[in-house]
Write a protein that binds this ligand. Structure first.
Ligand SMILES: [Zn+2]
Length: 452
């Protein structure tokens, strides 16, 4: 990012630069459950009120505050952009080498739970909006910028985004939404790839049940062992080779990466896995693999009552993720087919996949903002933006279902330290200040391009 741009930003935000905001937010413990996001919303409310920005706190339940702010024109015909992020965090767990809620700044990083998910985004969006408010004090924005830092993302969003969509939709209505959910930038030689999330896989959590007949453990042939029936089904599930499907956005992503790596053949479902096996970065290859097929992962098992009793019941919980275009029936059908007809299947939880096309002016403006902020004067590394599909889920799924156009962004510095990404939802979570500045610069630039 050009130095002059960063200087302008830090002057405009003064003491309220993104790292200061982030460290204050981390110090407010919003572990969900219980959440207590209202405390963090109140902190933002103080900051925004002081800057003269219209803002409010809407509680989905007691203590579950959602912070909303808006800047610019109220004209319904004017362009509207929504910056989304969430205030709650997952429990810190063990293994930290520093205090998870100290929010200290050490070795160029802001440290603590939420530094990457997703208080960094809250801080970047807040700092960008505060900077815009200063810059546009005398010449108002052409359109409206809305900022929503919501509650309860980590546990299904009922008191957060779902509540806002249901009860306060008019307050968050926008032409498009920018949220979390993209992969980290990827450095390949003289190029750096930034990803724009255009969709999320759907989730189909299932229970598989094998039934049998009890008997004395000393005479097993008198019974029918449900654990053995299940183990045969699990063996088939383990060998399941799902159909490879390349949705257009993922095809474009893969094609670009394959070209860069000098892959000679045209990429297709038949040779895709061979291509993926050439990647050294196994984490990224696993992510690409999951973007191109339904996955079934049996993750919990229980069965049996006693060592001397043949079990008559064995149950398995499986995490299944489906691609855009694959519905509940498809997932059930595939699962039944490989588990076999002796297995009963329930699918108590199904969240459909969600998707926003990339051939929109909004997507292009996202690309433009990323390129402008992340390109250096020397032109190296060259910045390239690519669409992607998330294998996990964010609040964007609820918004897309309600008809919103959503994109996910993760605009870290081109040379961000890769080891910090492993700390997301883990111990020693932290973000480098440089990346936080890039992220802030991206939001600032995006709003200027679309609403300035
Ligand atoms: Zn998050």
């Amino acid at each position: 990012m050009p130095d002059s741009f960063m200087r302008m930003l830090s002057e405009m935000t003064g003491k309220m630069n993104p790292e200061t905001i982030l460290s204050s937010l981390i110090r407010i413990n919003t572990t969900n459950p219980p959440g207590n996001e209202t405390a963090a919303a109140q902190f933002l409310h103080g900051l925004f009120s002081q800057a003269g920005i219209h803002c409010e706190i809407l509680e989905g339940a007691k203590g579950r505050g959602n912070f909303l702010a808006q800047l610019g024109s109220d004209d319904p015909a004017a362009p509207r952009l929504l910056f989304l992020s969430h205030l709650d965090v997952v429990p810190p767990g063990n293994g930290w080498s520093f205090e998870p809620f100290a929010g200290d700044i050490q070795q160029g990083c802001v440290r603590g739970r939420g530094a990457l998910d997703c208080k960094d985004m809250v801080a970047a969006e807040a700092a960008a909006m505060l900077a815009l408010a200063q810059l546009h004090r005398d010449s108002p924005l052409r359109g409206k910028l809305i900022f929503a830092a919501v509650a309860d993302e980590e546990r299904g969003g009922r008191n957060g985004i779902q509540y806002l969509i249901r009860q306060h939709r008019s307050r968050i209505e926008a032409d498009f939404v920018v949220n979390e959910g993209a992969e980290d930038p990827l450095r390949l030689g003289n190029e750096v790839f930034y990803f724009i999330q255009t969709g999320e896989k759907g989730l189909a959590w299932s229970t598989l049940r094998a039934r049998g007949r009890t008997a004395h453990g000393s005479q097993p042939s008198l019974g029918s062992n449900a654990i053995l029936t299940m183990s045969r089904a699990l063996d088939r599930i383990g060998r399941y080779r799902p159909e490879v499907v390349l949705i257009p956005e993922v095809r474009r992503l893969l094609k670009t990466l394959a070209d860069r790596r000098g892959w000679q053949e045209p990429l297709n479902p038949q040779n895709l896995d061979r291509f993926l096996s050439t990647w050294e970065d196994r984490g990224f290859a696993a992510s690409l693999e999951s973007m191109t097929r339904m996955t079934i992962s049996p993750n919990m098992i229980k069965g049996g009552l006693k060592t001397n009793v043949v079990p008559d019941l064995c149950e398995v919980s499986a995490d299944i993720r489906v691609l855009p275009g694959q519905d509940r029936e498809y997932a059930l059908g595939q699962l039944q087919q490989c588990a076999g007809n002796r297995i009963e299947i329930d699918m108590p939880t199904f969240h459909p996949p969600s998707f926003t096309a990339s051939d929109t002016p909004y997507y292009r403006i996202m690309e433009q903002a990323i390129s402008q902020v992340c390109s250096s004067a020397s032109g190296k590394p060259r910045v390239i933006c690519l669409p992607m599909l998330s294998t996990g889920a964010t609040d964007s799924r609820f918004l897309r279902q309600a008809g919103f156009l959503c994109y996910g962004a993760e605009v870290l510095a081109p040379d961000f330290p890769p080891d910090i990404r492993l700390t997301i939802h883990g111990a020693d979570e932290r973000i480098d200040i440089n990346s936080l500045h890039y992220f802030t610069g991206f939001f600032f630039q995006l709003a200027r391009l679309y609403l300035g």
